[in-house]
Design a binder for this molecule. Structure first.
Ligand SMILES: Cc1cc2nc3c(=O)[nH]c(=O)nc-3n(C[C@H](O)[C@H](O)[C@H](O)COP(=O)(O)OP(=O)(O)OC[C@H]3O[C@@H](n4cnc5c(N)ncnc54)[C@H](O)[C@@H]3O)c2cc1C
Length: 402
């Protein structure tokens, strides 16, 4: 934050955000009666490629308006279109935006603006931040995460995609998997092995790869929900100029840590809307027995606890700290909310969950039940979050490292 930045109080900021939102968007319609309107509760959208492009473009239009009006990129430097506000002002803004009817951002937007753009701000040289950040923060160009491989997920440092020096840059060869949003991305941030002889975490370098470069092939993966939210990405002899290397050679591990820490931070509010919808479902059952009533009450309380944890993350940020354990706890609580929501609706709906009888708000829940487990894996599995907590918070002995 520059010395001359005037930071509005949270109340002033929220009032101004609300004022702007009221000028450009309609209030969210909360009058929908139970049993009418959309009953969608998908955790991952089931889109065709054409639908994914169409929805991404509509969301991009909104993100551009937001950025051009000074309500995007809040925590970034004014040189790249930001306002140098403290990080938690982004959350304050989103609390206001939730009351308005604006496109719901799909995963690729936070991946671009909240995970990869901050990593570029932290690791990019001035020429790179000037070249990439305004386009990414305005969502003109989106960026996917080319991290995971078939043998490198939780153990990301095991990546085998090779980057070998050639003339004015690097030649990339390898196979990435589970890449969300690859079909709509201009760039991918790829984690590659540049020194096979160095210690595992030391021989890694990060590159921004153009997804339309010769040698890049994107193949969608069909999910059990029926959709194709993520993809395999083949890199075969892809030339990347050295000017597109992010961070020093051999420092790619630290670049990925910047991205992953932001990813945990971003997952705390996951699942709350669907949990409350499930509680509503319980409220609309005739003759709800005591056990189910208690399960619904537990879920409602859980959403309050989850929101309170979100406020702790915000409090740490607003005090200038970096939430570590709070973010891991937040992600674990969120994945449990998703699971308990599935358990409650499965119990309430019984066979109506698995056989589409055309009734409102029953079969639609399959999209939640089948999608929810994905978040116990994405962005660091539940087991890995527990390892982080046991080692870094509880001070238990570190697990053996290979
Ligand atoms: C919805 C979704 C979106 C995703 N999007 C992307 C993306 O955009 N880009 C990208 O690069 N990747 C993405 N991924 C991949 C994701 O990062 C990996 O799936 C995740 O890191 C786990 O890796 P893995 O699947 O290889 O499982 P593994 O690491 O092989 O784990 C298998 C099981 O073993 C457990 N396990 C592994 N190591 C340990 C340990 N040390 N201690 C205890 N248990 C352990 C895990 O918890 C898990 O239960 C996405 C995944 C999902 C589900």
């Amino acid at each position: 934050m520059s010395a001359e930045t005037i930071v509005p109080t949270p109340e002033e900021f929220r009032r101004a955000a609300r004022g702007w939102l009221a000028e450009v968007a309609a209030p969210r319609d909360t009058s929908t009666r139970w049993g009418s309107g959309s009953d969608a509760v998908a955790v991952f959208e089931n889109w065709t490629e054409e639908e994914e492009h169409r929805y991404t473009d509509a969301t991009r239009d909104w993100e551009r308006l937001r950025y051009d009006s000074g309500w995007g990129a809040l925590a970034f430097d004014p040189a790249v279109g930001g306002r140098s506000l403290p990080t938690h002002y982004e959350y304050l803004y989103r609390m206001e935006e939730a009351d308005f009817d604006v496109p719901q951002r799909t995963e690729i937007f936070p991946v671009t603006c909240q995970l990869i753009a901050p990593a570029i701000a932290a690791w990019g040289i001035p020429e790179q931040t000037a070249r990439w950040l305004p386009k990414l923060l305005r969502s003109d160009e989106l960026t996917c995460q080319l991290f995971s491989e078939t043998e490198a997920g939780s153990d990301l440092a095991a990546v085998r995609t090779r980057a070998v020096r050639e003339s004015d840059g690097w030649r990339l060869d390898g196979h990435k998997v589970w890449t969300s949003g690859a079909r709509v991305s201009t760039w991918g941030l790829a984690v590659c092995r540049t020194d096979p002889d160095a210690a595992k975490h030391a021989g890694i370098t990060a590159f921004m790869v153009r997804m339309d470069a010769p040698g890049v092939t994107v193949r969608p993966i069909r999910q059990m929900t029926g959709g194709e939210s993520f993809n395999e990405v083949y890199l075969e002899g892809v030339h990347v100029p050295d000017t597109d290397r992010l961070g020093p050679v051999g420092e790619g591990w630290r670049v990925t840590q910047t991205v992953l820490a932001a990813e945990r931070l971003d997952s705390g509010s996951l699942g709350i809307d669907n949990a409350l919808r499930a509680v509503d479902l319980a409220g609309h059952q005739p003759d709800l027995d005591a056990a189910r009533r208690a399960a619904a009450a537990d879920l409602a309380v859980r959403t309050l606890v989850q929101r309170a944890l979100g406020l702790r993350v915000m409090a740490t940020l607003s005090a200038g700290g970096q939430p570590g354990p709070e973010a891991s706890v937040g992600k674990l609580v969120a994945t449990r909310t998703l699971r308990e929501t599935s358990d409650l609706v499965a119990d309430l709906l019984g066979p109506r969950l698995v056989a589409d009888d055309g009734s409102w708000g029953s079969w639609a829940w399959t999209e939640h039940v089948l999608g929810a487990p994905g978040y116990s894996i994405a962005g660091g599995t539940d087991e890995i979050q527990r390892t982080i907590l046991s080692e870094r918070v509880l001070g238990l002995p570190r697990e053996p490292r290979r």
